[in-house]
Design a protein around this ligand. Structure first.
Ligand code: SAH
Length: 238
């Protein structure tokens, strides 16, 4: 394990990490299990940048390896998501208050008794780190002038949601501000290792029947929005 402590910056897709690649000084590329880890100095801080790939399994593997191999002390996830709340608009920002795996369901056997996934978090909502949330909020308010910034619940599952009924159901059941495919998995892993984390998402679509048109149109702009906030955070992080 490398001796210095590092901030891990994780995105699921190229568009979500590409802006950071050119910013890393003393960059070293290490490939482990099909994932490239970019180690170096980002805005004066020791960091490791990686693209996890899409979905919960990829995100959990990538986060575990980052923690085990790169002496990670904080985790910031940057990316795009579908809105879970009909009042939230494309390009708005959702910072994770907490995260839940919306497709994990043992109710047919358990009824209302929950199978706890991470010891100590009995409702299966994983709380993000309070000081990283605060830093994310301040950073977003500084660099995002045209869009709203929310601190809300993020619902994660192995599904792209582009369906009016489905998005309504997820919003109603989980009170989710946005819907994506990796955040709760990163959070789950980070909590098991007791490492502070936060997830920043800019909305690329509204997870409704227009999502298949909106997502390709807005994914780059939303990825850039989120990256801008994270760069500002790293500049100011202790
Ligand atoms: N083949 C597509 C797949 C995109 S999946 C591609 O490679 O671009 C969508 C990605 O953006 C996931 O990483 C997810 O976290 C996020 N996302 C954006 N909108 C979403 C939505 N409506 N439902 C679920 N995930 C969404």
């Amino acid at each position: 394990m490398s001796e210095v402590k590092r901030i891990a910056i994780i995105g699921a897709m190229d568009s979500e990490i590409t802006n950071f690649k050119g910013m890393i000084e003393n960059i070293e590329e290490i490939e482990i299990a099909n994932i490239t880890y970019y180690k170096g100095v980002l805005c004066g801080k020791n960091a490791v940048l990686l693209k996890s790939g899409i979905g919960k399994v990829n995100a959990a593997i990538a986060t575990t390896i980052a923690i085990e191999r790169f002496n990670v002390e904080k985790i910031i996830f940057t990316g795009v998501a579908g809105s879970g709340n009909p009042d939230y608009n494309i390009a708005d920002i959702v910072i994770s208050k907490n995260l839940i795996e919306h497709d994990f369901d043992t109710s047919d056997i358990d009824g209302d008794n929950i199978t706890v996934l991470v010891e100590g978090y009995n409702d299966n909502y994983y709380p993000a780190d309070k000081s990283l949330i605060e830093l994310a909020k301040e950073s977003a308010q500084k660099v995002i002038t045209d869009n709203k910034v929310y601190i809300d619940t993020i619902a994660t599952g192995d599904q792209f949601v582009g369906n009016n009924e489905k998005v309504k159901q997820i919003h109603k059941k989980f009170k989710a501000g946005d819907i994506e495919m990796e955040g709760a998995s990163v959070a789950h892993t980070a909590l098991m290792y007791k490492i502070p984390f936060v997830v920043i998402r800019s909305l690329s679509d509204k997870a409704d029947s227009d999502a298949e048109v909106d997502y390709p149109k807005f994914v780059i702009q939303a990825s850039d929005n989120s990256a801008k906030i994270v760069a500002e955070m790293i500049d100011n992080i202790n």
